[in-house]
Design a protein around this ligand. Structure first.
Ligand SMILES: Cc1ncc(COP(=O)(O)O)c(C=O)c1O
Length: 377
């Protein structure tokens, strides 16, 4: 036993290193990583271009807060805004995690609207800080703090009629995941998202799209906002945007960005040069390796070729997929693990989640398909 307080039940092996779409344990066994370190290894593990960029930046300047102007911070913000083109969010504030991105978006919406109420959805997952936890639908982690959480209205996800029952002009913000990942890769029809955006816009309620899992090309589109044809007020990002260097971002409309004064937002480590170098390298790899198109193609292939003896249906988009299993998902998870493939569980006991690197090799893709078509041991 070490002194470590661990947050999750770890995999039953000691990780040693990672390379591309695989991780290796300390006994030399390798696993195709369809879990992606929890949807983080966007460009694979230790991509050489990302590693080189981090090493070069570390030698130059490891860290300086936003009290120091840094060209690389501006370049990273411009590159991220450029990648989001069409989503209506042209200004960027950097933070360190998903919860911090959502916390800041929710706080800004409360301040800028002068309103007090928030709207969220059943099954939504937005983080563990108190405001992010307030909009998260996970009583197992929120109940102990229920007296400290803010009052949030919650609607059933994907229910078109429910949207019409809301007093929209009293709301500061609505927060939604384009695909609810933790809840089991659940999405809603485009018309539901369009109506949600329309009602929010018409009544001055800020729309926050939590793209912490769906963003950066994972769905086969730069962002889910592009996929759904939405122009939200905020897009929140984290997970793989810097290929594993901790980084979050708050993308916002030009109007919101222009209304902020120095000091309205702050974060000591947010936008540090190391993370900015990793983000720039991540975006370059996505571009050079055509990873947005690749995510779309692989997603289509898995939807065609995975259903069979184990899997009834594949839900999701691009490389954020849910395998709807014929029996308990834990059985398929064990079957995959025995054949060196890591996958992710979900709240739904009949669903396994895949959130692999976007530059998945053909070997990794074919292995998954073969294993899913092979019988139980
Ligand atoms: C959709 C979504 N939003 C927010 C978060 C919180 O991110 P973080 O753990 O970086 O605070 C997560 C984490 O899993 C997430 O999946």
């Amino acid at each position: 036993m070490s002194a470590l307080v661990s947050g999750y039940q770890p995999f039953p092996f000691q990780l040693d290193h990672g390379q591309g779409d695989r991780v290796f344990d300390d006994a030399g066994r390798s696993y195709y990583d369809y879990y992606g370190g929890h949807c983080v290894a966007l460009t694979g593990h230790s991509h050489p271009k990302v590693v080189d960029a981090i090493a070069a930046q570390a030698r130059k300047l490891l860290f300086y807060s936003t009290a120091g102007e840094l060209a690389i911070r501006h370049q990273a913000a411009d590159a991220l805004a450029g990648f989001s083109v069409g989503a209506g969010v042209s200004r960027v504030f950097f933070v360190n995690s998903g919860a911090e991105a959502n916390e800041n978006a929710l706080k800004l919406a409360l301040k800028l609207s002068g309103r007090k109420r928030l709207l969220a959805f059943d099954g939504g997952w937005h983080g563990r800080t108190l405001l992010a936890l307030s909009v998260t639908d996970d009583p197992s982690i929120s109940d102990p703090y229920k007296d400290q959480l803010v009052d949030v209205q919650r609607l059933p996800f994907a229910d078109l009629e429910a949207l019409e029952t809301v007093a929209w002009s009293e709301l500061a913000a609505v927060i939604v995941e384009p695909i609810q990942s933790m809840a089991g890769i659940r999405t809603a029809p485009e018309e539901w998202f369009k109506r949600l955006a329309q009602l929010a816009r018409a009544h001055g309620c800020f729309l926050i799209l939590d793209e912490i899992q769906t963003g950066m090309g994972r769905l086969g589109h730069p962002f889910a906002a592009n996929w759904l044809g939405l122009q939200p007020d905020f897009i929140t990002l984290a997970k793989g945007i810097a290929s594993g260097v901790p980084m979050g971002a708050l993308l916002m409309s030009d109007a919101i960005g222009a209304s902020l004064a120095p000091g309205d937002l702050g974060s000591t480590f947010g936008g540090g040069p190391l993370a900015c170098a990793a983000l720039l390298a991540t975006l370059a790899v996505i571009e050079e390796e055509g990873l947005v198109a690749k995510a779309a193609q692989l997603g289509q292939r898995f939807k065609r070729e995975l259903p069979g003896i184990w899997i009834d249906r594949v839900r999701g988009e691009g490389l954020l997929l849910g395998l709807q299993t014929r029996h308990a998902a834990s059985q398929l998870r064990a079957h995959l693990y025995a054949r060196n493939i890591l996958s992710g569980a979900a709240g739904d006991p009949n669903l396994l989640r895949l959130m692999p690197p976007l530059n998945l090799s053909d070997d990794a893709a074919q292995s998954l398909i073969d294993v899913c078509q092979s019988g139980p041991m």
